[in-house]
Design a protein around this ligand. Structure first.
Ligand SMILES: [Zn+2]
Length: 255
């Protein structure tokens, strides 16, 4: 079986001591590639070198709401320049999005809609972060509709919310969250939307699987996310299912 980790912060300092080993271990388990999102202007710049050093990574460029205080008004223009100059190297605009736990929602909304405009201009998909913000994202999509879809990273929510994202051209990122018993609503939604809309991800070093709390998450756990999804969907044809998910990710990456 082969897999792509569609969301993995492999460039974060948590991997400084053993990054190459982590990638090699994941590859030995069938994880052929990882998508590494941009989170700030400076880090998105660094990813351009990072992907040359680690050629099995695909990279995005974006300003993540977690790092909101680092993002200055001119960064969105500079991000636009970076994207225009490196269009062939990038696979997505993001990680961007809206997060109610962060605050400064007006600044977040301005940045998020600017990311959508950049994705539309550069004909790239979006990597969207959400937290308690489906309503705000829906409003942003209405004001500034994304033309090239993307992924709702670490999707959690109802079937109705899932279907509205799919209608807007988005795939749903499935990670360790589904391994927790409390994720029933999300599990229910994923069971009903159709496998063709799903992408596997770890969000490493965050989002540990149930049983691994407090430990660093790594792309080596992606096959475990896959098995949890297979169980959720009551699928035993692992080879066909993993291949479908792999092709979904290639479609998202336009590879
Ligand atoms: Zn992320």
């Amino acid at each position: 079986m082969r897999f792509i980790d569609s969301h993995c912060h492999l460039d974060f300092k948590e991997f400084d001591d053993d990054r190459a080993q982590c990638i090699a271990n994941a590859q030995a388990l069938g994880v052929t590639h990882c998508v590494v999102p941009g989170v700030s202007l400076a880090q998105s710049n660094k990813l351009l070198t990072f992907t040359k050093q680690y050629p099995t990574t695909y990279i995005g460029a974006g300003l993540h709401p977690y790092f909101l205080e680092q993002h200055q008004e001119q960064h969105i223009d500079e991000l636009g320049d970076l994207i225009a100059a490196n269009r062939q190297t990038l696979v997505a605009v993001g990680e961007c999005g809206l997060d109610r736990s962060v605050g400064e929602l007006e600044k977040q909304q301005r940045l998020f809609e600017a990311h959508i405009a950049l994705a539309n201009e550069s004909q790239l998909p979006l990597i969207v972060h959400h937290r308690q913000s489906h309503d705000l994202i829906a409003a942003a999509f209405k004001r500034c509709p994304p033309k090239f879809g993307g992924v709702i990273h670490a999707f959690s929510g109802s079937q109705q919310v899932a279907e509205s994202y799919i209608k807007a051209g988005f795939k749903l990122g499935v990670g360790g969250t589904i391994t927790y018993p409390r994720a029933q609503k999300t599990q229910q939604a994923l069971r009903h939307v159709g496998v063709e809309h799903l992408l596997l991800e770890t969000d490493a070093p965050s989002m540990p699987l149930c049983g691994y709390q407090g430990r660093r998450n790594t792309p080596e756990r992606l096959p475990k996310v896959f098995l949890a999804l297979a169980e959720l969907l009551q699928r035993q044809d692992y080879h066909a299912l993993s291949e479908q998910l792999y092709l979904n990710c290639l479609a998202f990456l336009r590879k």
